[in-house]
Design a protein around this ligand. Sequence first.
Ligand code: ADP
Ligand code: MG
Ligand code: MG
Length: 213
Amino acid sequence: ASKAVAATIGSAFVEIANAIDGAADELGHLDAVAGDGDHGIGMQRGVHAGRDAALAAVEAGAGAETTLRHAAEAWGDRAGGTSGVIWATILRSLAGALGDAADVSRVEISAGVDAARDAVTSFGKAKVGDKTMIDAIVPFADELRERIAAGDSLVEAWSHASGVAEEAAQETAALKATLGRAKSHGDKSIGTPDPGAVSFALICTTVSDVLAQ
Ligand code: ADP
Ligand code: MG
Ligand code: MG
């Protein structure tokens, strides 16, 4: 039932907020190398608001789509910064793909991740290699879609895709930032991974743990 899906989304938000709280200092340090240093605090503001909105929606009996839409709105309103707008976009895309109906299939979830990738690309115009979270989203979406098409369970597919995202996020260290605030300090970013790619992969891995429970 979609209420069970919504409850899983609520649990995922609790765990994601804990993970971001734990990583906030590191994310801030990564963003300070070639950006403005606010990625940790911005993600914390966004995810706390998203978690609270999601839990309130679940409590009120909302389905998956409505829960994610409330979380998206709260995250975008409270986070500030580029990544806040992007995370609101990701959550809205997932909401649209999942729907409020009784059941959610793994193909719908994969389609939601593809839609999120497309929406973020259309919003930010970043390509793979520009040293943004796109460098983690694209391989994550590809791996998830391919694994599900090959017959993996959602838990297996999401777990493998999260590993791919973690690796891809770390590999952004070799790149030079060309977009966003980092573009004026691009050379300084070489040797440090992109903060938005790192937080994206952390969120994927946290969701993977929730799905496996
Ligand atoms: P801000 O740059 O406004 O301070 P944050 O520090 O919270 O916002 O987020 C920075 C992250 O946002 C970057 O590390 C990158 O991953 C992501 N980002 C920035 N610009 C883009 C873009 N055009 N497309 C995709 N992601 C982007
Ligand atoms: Mg920043
Ligand atoms: Mg900022």
